[in-house]
Design a protein around this ligand. Structure first.
Ligand SMILES: Nc1ncnc2c1ncn2[C@@H]1O[C@H](COP(=O)(O)OP(=O)(O)OP(=O)(O)O)[C@@H](O)[C@H]1O
Length: 573
């Protein structure tokens, strides 16, 4: 919690001002019953109208100060809480960007969304407490008790009976609802993950007509959460009626006892005093409810803070070589590289290869043979568990992430497209590119006709994740984004699979012209996409089984020949 509360530091001035203003408003509220009692005692009872008028004006002034200060205080407090949440969310998002793939895997995307939304909201309750109620609670409690006692000590003792009872009830309710809240909070991750996955795959669900079954699955998952929330809210719903009951009983007791003492002349308490004491008892009880509620809420906020800290405190990928700035020239060497995702088998096993600057490379292999994993290692997303990767003879471990990312332009499998315009999506590759450069990249990616057909051209709005684009349009847009970046190495991981033969041919011709002299690695399962490369690497079961030109491999590599035969219908040679 301490680390999370650090986010209030920039707003300490406003927080303090909010606290002072809200405290001032509470002070005014505490004065009002005394003034009212003075009107009843000194004005109404004495039939002194000028005194009544003066007191009324004074009360009006006090109420006006109270109103102005509560408005100002609430405004500041709201601002502090909103900024606190915004800063915390921004930091969670910033941290998420630096998480390693292992951390991503262990936390899960849905949980990360929950941390940045629901958990931040829960923790923001502490911020709002600190920027307001923190002063109100002791003032209501102490002020109420002292001012009530000043009127009549015996009548004020009613508080002694009801305050502990009310506290006990709130604490018991808290004990009951806290685990229920905890369970429903835990379930938010599960629910988010289910919803996210199902919404992403909504087309498949519709295509296979499984809406009913999926609906049932989500309903089952949310049912548990709903059950806990209902039970918690029903319990908490008891608080207001019980508090009102206690208030009414205590008011009756004060009136009864006060009336008895007044009639029997036991004390000099007046009707005005009895009225004021009832008001103060109400204030004290409100203070008690607020304090007890704070005691209940704090552990919940603490759990949320711990969950946020899971993200903020994560080690992240880090960059031990940050600050290092080398220029890559396109030479890549792998020396006995292996990589494991943590399972028993290596995803990549003892791979050694050498790529010269400017070479056009294809990596071909069956599904799951380790092609994408190999590309992720080159991009520095993961580090080899064994062996070395060298760029221009320099160990990649000695290069900064910045050097690697500036030196390699890539289209990853499943081309990610973002909401925004076509132009904005392409410019992600080079934010400084002018319209002419964007248009040229789009031309090479065979997107010109599509862009011309879109209303607004480059300004055409793409919906979230490219929902209004076809698979081939998404791939070409991602290719345009990679092309616009000027880099010595280009990686295309399964980036042409959604293109028809002619479009791929035209695109590859224009691409080869554009990036001639740069190292080009095309990962593919299609023989037609691989065969024109200077060198083809054949992968199988995480191993590099052979490498060479198309003709060399046809002549000597059984796996390559099988791939060739299966895709061209040609006989095995
Ligand atoms: N994040 C991951 N966690 C655990 N195992 C993984 C992960 N990603 C891939 N693998 C495993 O590593 C192996 C290689 O996967 P990879 O994605 O590199 O293959 P690929 O050749 O690119 O396959 P495809 O052509 O189907 O994309 C597979 O057995 C796969 O199950």
């Amino acid at each position: 919690m301490k680390q999370i509360l650090r986010y209030l530091k920039p707003y300490l001035g406003k927080l303090l001002a909010a606290t002072v203003l809200i405290a001032l408003s509470t002070l005014c509220d505490l004065l009002l019953p005394t003034w009212m009692s003075a009107i009843l005692n000194g004005g109404i009872a004495a039939r002194d109208f000028p005194a009544i008028a003066v007191r009324c004006l004074q009360m009006l002034a006090i109420a006006a100060v109270s109103l102005a200060s509560i408005l100002g205080g609430t405004r500041l407090s709201t601002e502090v809480v909103a900024c606190f949440c915004a800063d915390l969310r921004a930091d969670v998002f910033r941290k998420v960007n630096t998480l390693s793939f292992e951390e991503f895997g262990s936390l899960g995307t849905a949980a990360l969304v929950t941390r940045a939304t629901h958990d931040v909201d829960t923790v923001s309750w502490v911020a709002s407490m600190l920027s307001g109620t923190v002063a109100t609670i002791p003032m209501l409690f102490l002020g109420g008790v002292v001012l009530a006692m000043r009127k009549d000590v015996v009548l004020s003792l009613v508080l002694l009976a009801f305050v502990p009872l009310l506290t006990l009830i709130v604490v018991l309710l808290g004990k009951r609802v806290l685990p229920l809240w905890g369970k429903s909070d835990d379930y938010i991750d599960v629910q988010n993950a289910l919803l996210r996955e199902r919404l992403r795959g909504i087309r498949v669900i519709r295509a296979f007509n499984t809406e009913k079954r999926e609906h049932g699955r989500i309903a089952d998952a949310t049912h548990i959460m709903a059950e806990n929330i209902i039970r918690a809210n029903v319990s908490m719903g008891l608080l207001t009626p019980l508090a009102t009951l206690f208030l009414n009983i205590s008011a009756l007791l004060i009136i009864y006892l006060g009336g008895w003492r007044m009639v029997h002349g036991v004390s000099g308490v007046s009707a005005g005093d009895i009225f004021a004491i009832i008001q103060y008892v109400t204030m004290v009880m409100n203070g008690v409810i607020m304090a007890s509620f704070a005691i209940i809420m704090y552990p919940r906020a603490q759990v949320a803070a711990g969950r946020i800290h899971q993200v903020l405190g994560a080690e992240g990928m880090g960059d031990p070589m940050a600050g290092e700035t080398a220029e890559l020239h396109g030479e890549i060497e792998l020396q006995d590289v292996s990589f494991s995702y943590g399972g028993s088998a290596d995803a990549i096993s003892h791979i050694s290869l050498h790529i010269l600057p400017g070479q056009r490379i294809s990596v071909i292999g069956g599904t799951g043979s380790g092609k994408s994993t190999l590309m992720h290692l080159l991009l520095g997303f993961r580090a080899p568990t064994q062996g070395r990767i060298l760029f221009d003879g320099r160990d990649a471990a000695g290069l900064s992430k910045h050097t690697l990312r500036r030196g390699i332009s890539s289209v990853l499998q499943g081309a990610a497209i973002y909401s925004g315009t076509i132009g904005e999506n392409i410019r992600m590759g080079d934010p400084d590119a002018d319209d002419a450069a964007v248009t040229e990249a789009a031309r090479i990616a065979q997107l010109s006709d599509f862009i011309a057909s879109c209303e607004g051209g480059l300004s055409y709005e793409i919906r979230q994740a490219g929902k209004n684009l076809s698979g081939g349009q998404k791939q070409r847009l991602a290719i345009a984004r990679a092309i616009i970046k000027d880099a010595p190495i280009y990686i295309f991981d399964d980036s042409f699979s959604a293109l028809d033969f002619l479009t791929e041919k035209n695109l590859r011709t224009a691409l080869n012209r554009r990036i001639a002299g740069r190292t080009q690695i095309v990962v593919t399962q299609r023989i037609t996409s691989a065969m024109s490369a200077d060198c083809i690497f054949v992968m199988d079961g995480g191993c590099l089984v052979d490498s060479g030109t198309h003709n060399e491999l046809l002549a000597r590599c059984r796996i390559y020949r099988e791939i060739y035969a299966s895709q061209t219908g040609g006989d095995l040679q």
